[in-house]
Design a protein around this ligand. Structure first.
Ligand code: ZN
Length: 484
């Protein structure tokens, strides 16, 4: 998987052959890459534009085209090639940008996980996806004090460093190397780290990324840079992929463990285990889906195999009950019109208010979310003390409410939009207009799908869903052979 240094290398190698060229045609042969746009819109927007520069933020390549920008995320296997325009596309070449100069830029992606997005220049950094990203290690705003604030979580340092909304551009390889350089055990709970640790981490991350960029990135397994250029940083790796090799500092045998679902390499002597209480034993799985995608079906599957599930919907319902402080807060904020004759909160009335008025939604969230978060924290502490290896937190708006920052891995349940609408109408006895309105209030499924670590497809038969579920469980449990 290309990480920041590899993407930076791609950027640099593309500058010379691409900048200054005018696009005269775009051919998209695999539409998912450019979703939600369709091929005709995508092509029309880019045709006639000249690529004036290529920038990068984290692992996003930003092709500058005047007032428009093409954002490309290579994900697992995306690559670019330059070829004469009349060369027939290869099997895995999914997008061709033809230039006025008679050559073309080809996007090649064996796994088809890459994405392309168009953004207007004025909204480039203020709108997702770029607005969600944290600071790169070299960014002046990334200070030890800022980092320490973002480390106020019980997640492991390994998981937190992989979180692109905090430190941008560290992937699995470079997090392992950074933690080795900083002599910090990957299982250390982030909030136990000192200001000095944060300072060391920043220093190490900068040193390692700079060196990796200078060497053109790391070439392991299938990933070769576009244009056939391969990086040299793999020769500089200290611990990553070095299981059973001697530590270059102390000769102790390097070990491979799993942290937050990711293969993790470290030296047990240079990076000793954190003191008790600083090492969580449980992996927290964030489970989410769109409305009526079948999340509760999957949630029941987790329960059936003995994994405890914390249901935030149920907690939110508790918050509406007479006697709860949140019950009174809601009445104080929205008035007694939300009450049924018997004094209970009328969920239907409240629901309609929520989905038709974003400002009401905001007010209600400000009351309910802290309550839910609090109950979840207490429940997590309790379940962790029972040494459950996996704990599931079922959160409908996992990404929208930043709940995913609490989780080591995220699982997304997917269904097709028409299935969501049909299920909602049948389940909640609502009409299609209201069902569509409810859908609109959430992040589009395509966005969540990209944000999640695992996807469970619930758009086909229940047997398929079960299969998909079992696959996810297997990969959560098994040692990740290639370390990603
Ligand atoms: Zn060592």
């Amino acid at each position: 998987m290309p990480e920041l240094p590899e993407v930076e290398t791609v950027r640099r190698t593309l500058l010379e052959p691409v900048v200054g060229k005018t696009i005269v045609g775009v051919d998209v042969r695999f539409a998912k890459i450019i979703r939600p746009l369709d091929s005709a819109t995508f092509s029309a927007a880019l045709t006639g534009k000249t690529i004036t520069d290529i920038d990068r933020l984290g692992k996003y390549l930003i092709f500058r085209l005047g007032d428009l920008n093409l954002l490309v995320h290579l994900r697992m296997e995306g690559k670019f090639f330059i070829k004469p325009a009349d060369t027939l596309p290869e099997t895995h070449e999914h997008v061709t940008f033809t230039f006025a100069t008679g050559d073309s830029l080809r996007y090649h992606d064996v796994r088809k996980f890459g994405t392309m997005t168009l953004r207007k220049t004025e909204a480039l950094y203020s709108a997702p996806p770029l607005s969600r990203l944290g600071y790169e290690p070299n960014h002046p705003q990334l200070t030890p004090a800022w980092l320490k604030k973002r480390f106020a979580t019980r997640r492991t340092i390994k998981t937190v460093l992989l979180d692109q909304t905090i430190v941008l551009g560290l992937g699995n390889i470079y997090v392992d190397e950074t933690l080795f350089c900083a002599k910090i055990n990957p299982n250390t709970v982030a909030n136990t780290l000192t200001l000095e640790d944060c300072d060391t981490l920043i220093h190490c991350a900068r040193k390692i990324l700079d060196k990796a960029i200078a060497l053109g990135g790391t070439s392991i397994r299938t990933y070769l840079n576009s244009l056939g250029i391969s990086g040299k940083f793999q020769n500089e790796l200290m611990v990553h992929l070095k299981k059973d090799a001697p530590c270059p500092m102390c000769q102790t045998t390097i070990e491979k463990i799993k942290v937050g679902g990711r293969g993790t390499y470290y030296c047990p002597a240079c990076q000793p285990s954190p003191p008790e209480g600083a090492s969580p034993m449980s992996t927290i799985i964030g489970l989410t889906g769109g409305i009526a995608t079948g999340k509760s079906t999957v949630s029941a599957m987790f329960t059936a195999i003995g994994m405890p599930v914390i249901d935030t919907d149920a907690i939110a319902h508790e918050a509406l009950k007479i006697g709860a402080k949140t019950y009174q807060d809601l009445i104080d904020t929205l008035g007694v019109s939300i009450l049924a004759p018997d004094g209970t909160i009328n969920k239907n009335t409240l629901g309609k208010m929520l989905f038709s008025d974003p400002s009401v939604r905001k007010q209600v969230n400000a009351i309910i979310h802290p309550y839910v978060r609090n109950v979840v924290d207490t429940e997590l502490t309790r379940l962790k003390s029972l040494n459950h290896p996996f704990i599931v937190v079922d959160v409908p708006l996992l990404f929208e409410t930043d709940f995913h920052t609490l989780c080591d891995v995220t699982v997304f349940v997917y269904a097709k939009q028409h299935q969501q609408i049909e299920r909602m109408m049948a389940r909640d006895h609502i009409d299609e207009t209201y069902a569509r309105q409810k859908l609109k209030a959430q992040l589009p499924l395509s966005k969540k799908r990209v944000l999640a670590d695992y996807v469970i497809d619930n758009s086909q038969s229940i047997i398929q869903t079960k299969k998909s579920f079992q696959k996810v469980i297997e990969s959560l449990r098994k040692e990740d052979e290639d370390g990603h």
